[in-house]
Design a protein. Structure first.
Length: 121
């Protein structure tokens, strides 16, 4: 099985397409629809990459990313944030909390694959 990716997004259509495309590309994919579940899955599964929406129920993406990146086990695991906002303040905060990259929503499946390959091959 390929490298493991955790996707956390509460939009079913985005989740479905992302999971399908990544599995088709040979990755093992696990998913969650809220920040709390995503955080728990990250600690349990230790994925190679985490794709994380900013606007999530229970716990937002900023909080999840900050908790992950403050843990030494996750320092070297890339976290890519999904955002629909083009606000520079959002981008700055993402960098500040340790996010490794971001992807603007809506995105094309090919864009998703490119950013994943850039970080984990």
């Amino acid at each position: 099985m390929g490298k493991k990716i955790l996707i956390v997004d509460d939009e079913p259509d985005i989740l479905k397409v992302a999971v399908y495309r990544l599995k088709k590309a040979g990755y093992e994919v696990i998913s969650a629809e809220d920040g709390g579940t995503g955080l728990n899955l990250a600690f349990k599964e230790k994925p190679d990459l985490i794709l994380l929406d900013l606007r999530l129920p229970v716990m937002d993406g900023f909080d999840v990313c900050q908790q992950l990146k403050s843990n030494p086990e996750f320092k070297n695991i890339p976290v890519i944030l999904f955002t629909a906002s083009s606000d520079k303040a959002v981008e700055e905060k993402a960098k500040e909390i340790g996010a490794d990259g971001h992807l603007m929503k809506p995105f094309e499946p090919q864009e998703l694959l490119e950013i994943v390959k850039r970080f984990i091959g």
